[in-house]
Ligand binder design. Structure first.
Ligand code: SAM
Length: 232
């Protein structure tokens, strides 16, 4: 996955992030991130914020690419943590976010959130565990060909999210897509039942979903309140 995404990032990062345009201008590219924020976050504030002031919230963006959505998130929320498997995507995202000291972007190993935890421990020590208020991921898991990796991310988010907090993300829902062993573009697909079972195994309640059977299958996973917070 890393090899494929590094290659795509060097060839034309913005195109592979959002294939609607081969020559995104800065303005159009960042505006597309704002539109995504409006459609998926601002339209859904009762689930996302649950009464909290967005400026007091810590949020996570998994698979941040060139920073399109991370930038929009950083303009709205207090602190934003973002990870991506590709070093070149991370370089471009950091560049996009240089005016946003509240955004922290890391290259990760493509399967967990260790880098985010380590960053937090280095800044605040083990005594004050990181607790995220909201986690988000757009057009990332639909590209991950391994069910185990997706489920590992879901577990990892559960460790870091506050009880009741929302992980809103999207997976491949089309059961007819053809995966290619040589290329990581097409991710593994989930039925509604598979998504619900994954939520339960990982300490979440799947309260809503939309787009089952479709390429863009959106899931709302709320951390179960008795699941406990990650303690270090
Ligand atoms: C289509 S882009 C979307 C980027 C961003 N979410 C957006 O909508 O602007 C997918 C991103 O996911 C990243 N990615 C793919 N597999 C990943 C994995 N296993 N872990 C972390 N990031 C991954 C890629 O490097 C790429 O930047």
């Amino acid at each position: 996955m890393r090899r494929d995404w590094e290659q795509r990032a060097r060839e034309n990062a913005r195109y592979y992030v959002a294939t609607g345009n081969e020559q995104w201008s800065d303005e159009e590219f960042y505006q597309s991130g704002v539109t995504e924020l409006e459609q998926q976050v601002l339209n859904d504030l009762s689930n996302v914020c649950q009464g909290k002031d967005p400026k007091d919230m810590k949020v996570l963006d998994i698979g941040c690419g060139a920073g399109r959505i991370t930038r929009a998130l950083a303009g709205f929320f207090g602190q934003v943590y973002a990870v991506d498997i590709s070093g070149e995507m991370v370089r471009q995202a950091r560049d996009a976010l240089r005016q946003f000291p509240n955004a922290h972007v890391f290259r990760n190993n493509g399967k967990d959130l260790t880098v985010v935890r380590e960053h937090w421990w280095n800044r605040f020590g083990l005594g004050k565990p990181l607790q995220l208020d909201f986690a988000f991921s757009v057009i990332v898991f639909q590209h991950i060909p391994s069910r185990e990796i997706i489920e590992n991310y879901v577990r990892e988010v559960n460790r870091l999210l506050r009880p009741g907090g929302l992980f809103k993300f999207q997976v491949q829902g089309n059961p007819h897509v053809q995966q290619n062993a040589e290329d990581s573009w097409v991710g593994v697909s989930f039925t509604e039942r598979e998504a619900r079972e994954m939520a339960e195994r990982c300490g979440f309640e799947m309260r809503y979903d939309t787009g089952a059977g479709d390429q863009y299958y959106w899931l709302w996973f709320f951390k179960q309140k008795d699941a406990g917070a990650f303690a270090g």
